[in-house]
Design a protein. Structure first.
Length: 252
């Protein structure tokens, strides 16, 4: 099974190498790695050139979702996913596990798993974003599985459409809503840490989490006719406590 991995970057040469290495050290070898770069002048081309199997495409900077859509349009794999610049696949077997899940179940349309945060300056690993407790009802509270763990059959992406370009950081949840509200699609949770995500990006910044993220979550919910008000989003704290409690029980 061929898996296409899309990496978008702009002036990220300092951390791009670790992303490239994590993709190209995978035990699953049928990988198409597409790197979309916003005409960087920091040596990005040289970093990518060190990995001959990667394909580099230059794209005028029109936002991260425009770059991501461009990469997805170029993908030719059976399944597509993403590893953002600075993030890394959590082990060498991640894509092998993804391929195995899709090969075992021809009706599977998309999957997701767990994600661990890490500090890019110190390298210290932080908390794990557990997705195993997620249920679609949590969408109205603005909760989703971690977006960097999403892997989708390419024909499903072609069917549900591109990432919406009128969001700053919220097109992720809008895409999740499209996927989970399409009742014809089959999905599953892959019980493993799939990605290690560097903190300090748009979605993990204080401003991004506190204001922009919540505003765009409400916008995405309204766009799909789902309950959308600040009280709905407040439910995420209840869900978070519930998930912590469930994890404690499972560890006993």
């Amino acid at each position: 099974m061929k898996i296409s991995v899309v990496t978008i970057t702009a002036d990220g040469a300092g951390v791009l190498g670790q992303t490239m290495a994590s993709v190209h050290s995978q035990t699953h070898k049928d990988i198409e790695h597409i790197v979309v770069d916003g005409f960087s002048n920091d040596g990005t081309t040289d970093v990518v050139a060190a990995y001959p199997r990667a394909r580099l495409y230059l794209r005028e900077r029109k936002g991260l979702y425009d770059a991501l859509n461009h990469g997805l349009h170029l993908a030719t794999g059976d399944v597509v996913g993403m590893v953002h610049c600075g993030d890394v696949l959590a082990s060498q077997n991640v894509l092998a596990e993804v391929a195995d899940a899709f090969e075992r179940d021809p009706e599977l349309d998309f999957l997701y798993g767990d994600m661990r945060y890490f500090n890019p300056r110190s390298g210290r690993r932080g908390r794990i974003y557990h997705a195993g407790n997620f249920i679609p009802a949590q969408l109205t509270a603005g909760m989703t599985p971690p977006h960097p763990t999403l892997y989708v059959r390419r024909n499903v992406i072609e069917r549900v459409g591109d990432y919406a370009l009128d969001y700053y950081i919220g097109a992720d949840i809008e895409m999740w809503i499209r996927l989970f509200t399409d009742t014809s699609l089959k999905y599953r949770y892959l019980p493993m840490v799939m990605v290690e995500m560097a903190t300090g990006g748009r979605s993990t910044s204080f401003k991004g989490r506190l204001y922009i993220n919540n505003v765009e979550k409400l916008k995405a919910l309204q766009a799909h006719g789902l309950p959308a008000n600040p009280l709905c989003l407040a439910k995420k704290y209840w869900w978070a406590i519930r998930d912590i409690f469930l994890d404690l029980i499972r560890r006993q």
